[in-house]
Design a protein around this ligand. Structure first.
Ligand SMILES: Cc1cc2nc3c(=O)[nH]c(=O)nc-3n(C[C@H](O)[C@H](O)[C@H](O)COP(=O)(O)OP(=O)(O)OC[C@H]3O[C@@H](n4cnc5c(N)ncnc54)[C@H](O)[C@@H]3O)c2cc1C
Length: 420
């Protein structure tokens, strides 16, 4: 260690470099090259629009190239809570759109031949302790009422499915799956380029303004003019004057990946190829990649490699004793943008301008759904097709303090080795 970000190292997709023109006039300007921005660029280019996407670093630099790769059919919040927060009709609309999200993601992957280790074999939400089953039972009942293809596994069946003696049950969701997330986001960008979009990397947008007729955007040495604007910078937003986004609660999540395991050992862990995470207060995620590496993840600050490695060694011995002591090859981390109610927001930022942010840790399918829908709404000049009604403003009370609270809690639990 440290091989850095595994997804960067093993990515098979490539985005053709394109220089940002000194001047351009487009139908849709997208700022940010993650799942949201790239799926919007793809949808708009396919609809025949002139599209320009500007990314400050490189496509996948943000959460999209750093995440676990679990393609879930919904948010962290169970569907009843979504309906309670939004009202029944609006909640049902969002739940239905996100429930179909993995289908949309795997459909795009198949249609555009995206090389991203896609596996739609379901996910397992595992009980980390017997008390975790109450949460899973409640989620199971809610999903069953919506006719979702879910199953509740008892401890024996869950232990077999995970290949671990340390799980006490699991909720299986057949709609979900896993991807190599950097491959997926770069593949979206590559497909958007093939559909005619300009994707320009390494240029940060510095100023955004609307002159009453169109958006005027200043990026590097370029002056860009756009009929419509989508701001898709989320947790990695780099200040651009004229764009007023709320301060979101930052939560850091790190991952470690082993060397490729022998076929026997790799076959003993998640033999069905599902992605998994648990019900612990400080959640642990576990999955494999196509090479047979085991990838563990948990919440924690990026600069504490020693602490995280010690935690990962203990977690490995407890969860998968068959690979206890296995060396880790890669370590990386990323920043998650949490909203106060753990629900994403679509925000109006001016005439024909939207921003999307705050997936609160669930952005692969939701980012694809929202990005695609925002592109459609902006091109049509009609918000009716959006899965979530836009807001004119939003604020997270005490955002920074809440972030500190999450980080300190995770640090203490990891240092103590506790499983709450
Ligand atoms: C460690 C981790 C694990 C996660 N695990 C999962 C998971 O398993 N499943 C799941 O569904 N979700 C997961 N998530 C959440 C998910 O990754 C995010 O919600 C998603 O990537 C957000 O995508 P996005 O396109 O909105 O933003 P991002 O991918 O963050 O992209 C924003 C981009 O905007 C660019 N940018 C910022 N400012 C400017 C500017 N001024 N000019 C130009 N460009 C700019 C940034 O460089 C960045 O590339 C995880 C997140 C993290 C961090």
């Amino acid at each position: 260690m440290n091989g850095g970000n595994l997804w960067q190292a093993s990515c098979q997709e490539y985005v053709e470099p394109m220089a940002l023109p000194a001047q351009a006039s487009v139908d849709l300007l997208v700022i940010g090259g993650g799942f949201t921005g790239c799926s919007a660029a793809l949808a708009a280019a396919q609809a025949g629009a002139r599209v320009l996407l500007v990314e400050a670093q490189e496509v996948g630099h943000g959460g999209s190239g750093r995440n676990v790769g679990l393609v879930n059919a919904g948010l962290w919040l169970p569907p009843d809570q979504v309906e309670a927060a939004l009202g029944q009709e609006a909640g049902q609309r969002l739940n239905a759109a996100l429930g179909a999200g993995p289908g949309q993601v795997f459909g795009l992957i198949a249609r555009h031949g995206i090389a991203c280790e896609a596996v739609q074999n379901g996910t397992l939400h595992c009980a980390h302790a017997p008390k975790g089953m109450a949460d899973l039972q409640a989620r199971f009942a809610q999903q069953q009422r919506r006719a979702a293809p879910v199953q509740l596994f008892d401890a024996g069946r869950a232990q077999q499915a995970v290949g671990s003696p340390a799980v006490h049950g699991a909720l299986f969701d057949a709609r979900a799956g896993t991807v190599q997330p950097m491959g997926y986001v770069r593949g979206l960008a590559r497909a958007a380029q093939q559909a005619g979009a300009q994707i320009c990397q390494g240029v940060s947008v510095q100023r955004i303004a609307h002159d009453g007729q169109a958006w005027q955007v200043h990026a590097g040495a370029s002056e860009l003019r756009a009929e419509r604007l989508l701001l898709a910078t989320n947790a990695y937003h780099q200040g651009a004057t004229g764009a007023k986004l709320p301060r979101l609660t930052p939560v850091h999540y790190f991952q470690l990946a082993t060397r490729p395991l022998s076929p026997n050992l790799a076959g003993s862990i998640l033999p069905g190829g599902e992605g998994a995470w648990d019900t612990g207060t400080v959640m642990t995620s576990y999955r494999k990649d196509a090479a047979g590496r085991l990838i563990l993840g948990a919440m924690g600050l990026p600069d504490q490699l020693g602490l995280h490695r010690a935690w990962a060694n203990r977690a490995l011995a407890r969860l998968f004793p068959q690979v206890a002591g296995e060396a880790f090859e890669y370590f990386w981390s990323g920043r998650i943008a949490m909203t106060g109610d753990k629900m994403p927001k679509i925000q109006r930022i001016g005439p024909n301008g939207l921003a999307v942010y705050g997936y609160s840790g669930r952005g692969i399918a939701p980012g694809t759904v929202m990005g695609t829908a925002c592109a459609g709404a902006l091109l049509a000049g009609d918000e009716a097709g959006l899965p979530l009604a836009p807001v004119d403003g939003y604020a997270v009370p005490l955002a920074r303090t809440k972030g500190l609270y999450y980080e300190t809690g995770a640090r203490l639990l990891h240092a103590l080795g506790a499983r709450l």
